[in-house]
Write a protein that binds this ligand. Sequence first.
Ligand code: PLP
Length: 378
Amino acid sequence: MLKTKPSADDADLSKIYYSKPSITELEVQYAQDAAANGWADNCFDYLNRFEKEFADWLGVKHTVATTGATGALHMGLVALGIGPGDEVILGDINWIASASPIVYVGAKPVFVDVREDTWCLDPVKVEAAITPKTKAIMAVHLYGSISDMDALLDIGRRYGLPVIEDAAESMGSRWTNGKRTGTMGVFSAFSFHGSKTMTTGEGGMFATNDDGLALTVKALNAHGRLPGQTKQFWADMIGYKYKMSNIQAALGCAQLQRVEELISRRRDIMHAYKGRLGNLPLALNLEPKGTVNGYWMPTIVVNRDVSFDRDALIADMRAHNIDARVFFWPLSMLPMFEAKPENEVSYSLYPRAINLPSYHDIREDEIDRVCDVIRRHV
Ligand SMILES: Cc1ncc(COP(=O)(O)O)c(C=O)c1O
């Protein structure tokens, strides 16, 4: 019989969080230094350093630090000239933050079904969804999995459409050509939210190799003042202010110094889950041959032919003091969009899937505890 209530022993067990950043003395030192000294002539020191070091690490020409991936996507869409009447294609299973910026600019998000194995856009269905109004394809690399960039870039070339990469969840992932996610599209966006592989509390990054886009986004992020504009308080266009603060950037510099350690820990945690759950009738985050998955968030998807109650599993995990997260909903299910149940894979995935705890300092015995609960439900 399923155990749904914790025993006296379980109740004593410490809470297992689904995510929690790894903050060491280095992050504290940098943030303290920025708070104490990062003002007046030094007010952009950590910010400039973070943008430069992130660009070097990623392998792109230009970066602009932002308040989050949402702002980076928003400004990138504006810089591409996407607006009312336009359509942007993206996967139906997604976090709302990928779609909202498309709505902010007055364009329509067109939700296309995803692949069963990567949970990312299905290129065959992307091509079928292209209309004369389509102005871009947004490849979201979900939970660290990589969209099929060869196929999407090929479609982009054939139809003259820019491919945008939402790399908010894919720090550390690499495509078959060895390139990091976020370096292959016309521009990309990263998130440094507290749940992400590296964090600045809240924060994000716009990245591109396109000189013109970079210049426009730099201006947009400074209330429309073009870089090099010498007239004080003069705006060249209506812009935004999605700026990261110098103190957040100090945290970012420290996390970036540790980024390979942070990514490698995510991979170790994923392998620990794969070792324990691999014999159950479920799929875990895929790493297609020749790619590297940054494994931001370990996820199980129970096989279609298995009777499974997602909510019962989540309730059981909570009863055992374990955080659990539902898989993203198909965005077309949300009240502000038109339902698209024909996106059969997306509508079938979410009730069969949950995300598992994966914070940096999670212990082997805690992973055992999570897997023990899962085994009773699958
Ligand atoms: C796929 C995806 N896109 C965009 C975002 C937005 O990032 P932020 O919260 O940094 O604005 C997130 C954040 O959770 C995300 O997961």
